[in-house]
Design a protein around this ligand. Structure first.
Ligand SMILES: *Cc1c(COP(=O)(O)O)cnc(C)c1O
Length: 403
């Protein structure tokens, strides 16, 4: 969690710039703000790292992905393919723009697979909300082939894959629009925040208006602006943008440190029988926020988790039983418990969410244990962690052989 690991002078300086003027709003007030435009600078920094033509900062990764879907033209009744392993915001966003999530299989990249997508295509499929999970990236060549063959709208939730790339193109920039999260648990944080990226001017203009009550942001008099479309308030504040700016400037350093630390942990763990790793579609584009370890099967993984808990090993996620990231725990979706009626409930659900058949996903997530990489780790800390994990895996594997 580098966002929470590195916080200091640089963040305070950017926040203080805003406090000096007291202009916490990202638009207008040109006279009083004394040249301080933190949201704009934050956006420019994200564009610099990713090469995006347009970057638009917003209140969260959740509002950024919802806006990306809407700006890409996805709306009421559209079927959108989503993964069953993601932060739940992806699925919520599809529902709340009025569309219908259709769950498809992931593979060892931890992301939707082209085969999985093909199996759930129907004449009503409008698009895919692809999620790049755990710092890595989906197999983009294969996925773009399906997207192009079937003329689908691709939107990327790169909430946890900022600064990850595939063959030189950054996540978020393969389809119509993409989004990054800068919440407290990502590679860089704004406290709360998100950034939408796109190379498409029309999509950017829609996103810019959609996220601020439809304003076109032309001129200096907010009250006299035109409203090309209906919108809502998903704005970021200047204070959050100031933190996001300082943090984003740290990202090249964080990625380099993450990669070095992940490489050492990987090489130490790979000597233990029973351990393998998730497939990176492009190892050179890894943002290295997680080391994703596979055990031979779900039963062994469960025993490793029990051993690690008993040994006091922290800093790992066993997503198979995690309430936020895996469909097995999403009872509110299975039972469609909502505060008020959603379009998908009125129009008819595309799948029986309580009885989905996703054997590949169950197998992959059952075997997966992820370690959050820390950019501030020392080599000694990494060696100690690797030794503890290896011992736990060896114990669990021995039990498995006896059984
Ligand atoms: C964190 C995350 C989000 C949500 O971002 P927030 O900023 O917390 O709203 C969405 N999608 C994915 C894949 C995430 O990891």
């Amino acid at each position: 969690m580098p966002g929470t690991e590195l916080f200091g002078q640089e963040e305070r300086k950017e926040i203080n710039d805003v406090l000096e003027t007291g202009i916490l709003f990202r638009y207008n007030h040109d006279q009083q703000r004394n040249g301080i435009w933190k949201a704009r600078e934050f956006e420019a920094e994200v564009a610099k790292i990713t090469g995006a033509r347009y970057a638009h900062a917003m209140s969260s990764g959740s509002t950024a992905i919802a806006t990306a879907l809407a700006a890409a033209g996805i709306g009421t009744g559209d079927e959108v393919i989503v993964p069953p392993f993601t932060y739940i915001a992806t699925v919520e966003a599809v529902f709340f723009v009025g569309a219908k999530p259709v769950f498809a299989e992931i593979d060892e990249t931890l992301c939707l697979s082209a085969d999985g997508i093909r199996k759930v295509l129907t004449p009503n499929t409008k698009g895919i909300c692809l999620v790049h999970m755990c710092g890595g990236m989906a197999d983009m060549d294969a996925i773009m082939q399906v997207v192009n063959e079937h003329n689908l709208i691709l939107v990327e939730d790169a909430g946890q894959a900022f600064a990850a790339s595939y063959k030189g193109t950054y996540t978020g920039l393969f389809g119509k629009a993409g989004s990054y999260s800068f919440d407290f648990f990502k590679i860089a944080t704004a406290g709360e925040g998100g950034v939408l990226v796109t190379n498409d001017e029309a999509v950017y203009k829609h996103a810019d208006s959609y996220s601020d009550h439809g304003h076109d942001h032309i001129g200096t008099n907010r009250g006299m602006e035109q409203h090309p479309i209906l919108g809502f308030n998903y704005r970021i504040s200047e204070l959050h943008a100031a933190v996001g700016l300082a943090q984003t400037r740290r990202v090249p350093h964080i990625v380099a440190a993450n990669r070095k630390n992940k490489q050492l942990l990987t090489s130490l763990l790979s000597q233990t029988e029973g351990i393998s790793f998730a497939r990176l579609a492009d190892p050179d584009g890894d943002s290295a926020t997680f080391l994703n370890m596979f055990l031979p099967d779900t039963e062994t993984a469960g025993r490793v988790v029990a051993e690690m808990n008993a040994a006091g090993v922290g800093g790992f996620n066993y997503w198979y039983v995690n309430m936020y990231h895996f469909i097995n725990q999403w009872d509110h979706i299975k039972e469609m418990r909502t505060a008020s009626k959603l379009p998908a409930q009125v129009l008819g659900l595309p799948q029986d969410y309580a009885n989905l058949d996703l054997p590949k996903t169950q197998e992959v997530i059952g075997r997966l244990i992820s370690f959050g990489i820390r950019c501030t780790w020392t080599e000694e800390e990494i060696s100690t962690l690797a030794a503890k994990v290896s011992a736990c895996v060896q114990k669990a594997m021995a039990t498995s052989t006896v059984a």
